[in-house]
Design a protein around this ligand. Structure first.
Ligand code: F6R
Length: 243
C-alpha cells in the first residue's frame, strides 16, 4: 500500500482529484469506480473545477458506483443517484448511458445484483476504484462479517453506519436499513484502488488498516492488504494513530 499524507481535507481532496484526473488523461476510456459520502465531496469539487478550467474530458469514461440505499428512488434527494448527479455528473461530460449505479428501488433486488455484476464484467472490470472507509472498517457497504467472496449483494446496514450517515437525513429513522453494494470480491478485482480518509474520526480505522497485519472479515478494509495496487491518500488527522 502506498500512503500519501495530506495536510488537511482540502489538500487531500486536491491530491485525490489530481490522481483521478491523471488516470483519466492517460486512459480516456477508463472504467472508474466511484464512492459517495462526505469524504469524496471535495475530490469531486476539484474534478469539476478542473473540468471547467482545463477541459479534461470524461466522454469515454464509464463509471460504476459502489452502492445505493434500498428503497430510495433515483429522484430521492438522499439517494446516491442524486448525490452523484449533484456533486459530479451534472457538471462534467460523462454521458448518461455510461454512468452506472445499482438501483436500490428495483422490484427484484437479487436480479438487480446479478445485472450489476454482469455489467461490471461486460466493462472488463474496474480500472480505478475510489473508496472511502467507515469507522468500523467497511468499504462500499460491506459491513464487518461480510464474506470476502461476495459480489454485488444486499446488506443490512449496522446501527453505527446508519448513525454516521444520519447527518444527511432529518432523523436516523429515515436512514434506510438496507443497501445494495459491490462486494469485496469485485472491489479486489479492480486494477487500482484509491482509498481516501479524513479527520480524527477515521484515525482508528486507518491505524487498523495500516498497522495491523491481520486480514479478517471482521474488518473489511483489511482485505486491501492482499491487493497489489492500493494508494491511500489521507490527511494528518486520519493518519494520527498510524505511525
Ligand atoms: C459510500 C461508501 C462508504 C463510505 C464510507 C465513508 O459509497 O461506499 O463506504 O465511503 O461510509 O463515508 P464518509 O466519507 O461519509 O465518511
Amino acid at each position: 500500500m502506498k500512503i500519501i499524507q495530506a495536510e488537511n481535507y482540502k489538500d487531500l481532496s486536491e491530491k485525490a482529484a489530481k490522481f483521478i484526473i491523471d488516470y483519466v488523461r492517460n486512459k480516456p476510456d477508463l472504467v472508474l469506480g466511484l464512492a459517495t459520502g462526505g469524504t469524496p465531496e471535495g475530490t469531486y469539487e476539484y474534478m469539476v473545477d478542473d473540468f471547467k478550467k482545463n477541459k479534461t474530458t470524461y466522454k469515454d469514461v464509464k463509471s460504476v458506483n459502489l452502492d445505493e440505499y434500498v428503497g430510495l428512488s433515483p429522484e430521492n434527494p438522499n439517494s446516491y443517484h442524486a448525490y452523484m448527479y449533484n456533486h459530479l455528473f451534472k457538471h462534467i461530460d460523462i454521458p448518461e448511458n455510461q454512468r452506472n449505479i445499482p438501483n436500490g428501488a428495483a422490484d427484484d433486488l437479487e436480479a438487480e445484483c446479478k445485472r450489476y455484476d454482469q455489467l461490471i464484467a461486460s466493462l472488463g472490470g474496474v480500472d480505478l476504484q475510489l473508496l472511502g472507509i467507515g469507522h468500523n472498517g467497511h468499504i462500499g457497504f460491506n459491513e464487518p462479517g461480510t464474506s470476502f467472496e461476495k459480489r454485488t449483494h444486499l446488506v443490512e446496514l449496522t446501527r453505527s453506519t446508519r448513525r454516521a450517515n444520519a447527518r444527511f437525513f432529518n432523523t436516523i429513522d429515515e436512514v434506510p436499513t438496507h443497501a445494495l453494494t459491490m462486494g469485496i470480491k469485485a472491489i479486489m478485482e479492480s486494477k487500482h484502488i484509491l482509498l481516501i480518509a479524513s479527520g480524527k474520526g477515521k484515525a482508528e480505522a486507518m491505524r487498523r488498516l495500516i498497522c495491523e497485519e491481520n486480514i479478517s472479515e471482521d474488518f473489511p478494509a483489511s482485505s486491501l492488504q492482499d491487493h497489489s495496487h492500493v494508494t491511500i491518500i489521507a490527511d494528518k488527522e486520519a493518519l494520527s494513530l498510524a505511525y
